[in-house]
Design a protein around this ligand. Structure first.
Ligand code: GSF
Length: 203
């Protein structure tokens, strides 16, 4: 298998953490998605990473499809529960964390445009989505050890990748560390795991 990724993409990091937690080997091909042409485009018409190329050359995207595939091909450390309600609860956490990222990434990209092309109201709209998502995460996490019941799952990985990227890029001055101590505590705990240390974003 080969994973097309970058060292800063939070979606690709989610996949890299799942690979690491499940002790799976995978070749990594680093991509610069800002280039007009890049190698992942041959495998994903959307031109986005991550893309996982299977040994029979089947390309998988996006990150949610890839992590489900990986969790199903190895029984080592299951990250997505089997029962329907439990699985959906974990996947909803993932949708929430990825959704916060989607909004925060859009806010960052907009803020990088030339001043005369930049829309302050668009940035505020995206920051608002991210802030509401973070509040929801903090409320649902509350005093729990893990996002879903009493065990580490894909929900924690998705939340950790979301918070890790916010910490790395600091888009839209979102003060999540100050505002949501419960998320800060969870992030500190996740950041000590080997899979998180090995995949920490670097510029
Ligand atoms: C998001 C992937 C994505 O936006 C997933 O895989 O979960 N829902 C998808 N990837 C970005 C890089 S990043 O922001 O992590 C990407 O590839 N952007 C290039 C482009 O042309 O949009």
């Amino acid at each position: 298998m080969k994973l097309f990724a970058s060292l800063t993409s939070p979606y690709a990091r989610k996949v890299r953490i799942v690979l690491s937690e499940k002790r799976m080997d995978c070749e990594l091909e680093l991509i610069d998605v800002m280039q007009a042409e890049h190698a992942a485009m041959a495998h994903n018409p959307l031109g986005k990473i991550p893309v996982l190329l299977l040994d029979d050359n089947t390309p998988l995207y996006d990150s949610r499809v890839i992590v489900e595939f990986l969790d199903n091909i190895s029984p080592i450390r299951r990250l997505i529960p089997k029962g329907n309600r439990e699985r959906i609860a974990v996947r909803r956490w993932e949708a929430l964390a990825d959704g916060v990222l989607d909004a925060a990434v859009l806010a960052r990209l907009e803020s990088m445009r030339p001043t005369h092309e930049r829309s302050a109201s668009w940035i505020a709209r995206q920051v608002g989505k991210a802030e509401r998502g973070l509040l929801q995460m903090a409320e649902e996490l509350d005093e729990r050890n893990w996002c879903h019941y009493d065990r580490y799952t894909l929900a924690d990985i998705a939340v950790g990748c979301c918070l890790g990227w916010l910490d790395f890029r600091k888009p839209g001055d979102i003060d999540w560390l100050g505002k949501y101590p419960k998320l800060a505590r969870h992030f500190a705990k996740l950041s000590k795991r080997a899979a998180f240390i090995a995949t920490a974003p670097t510029a």
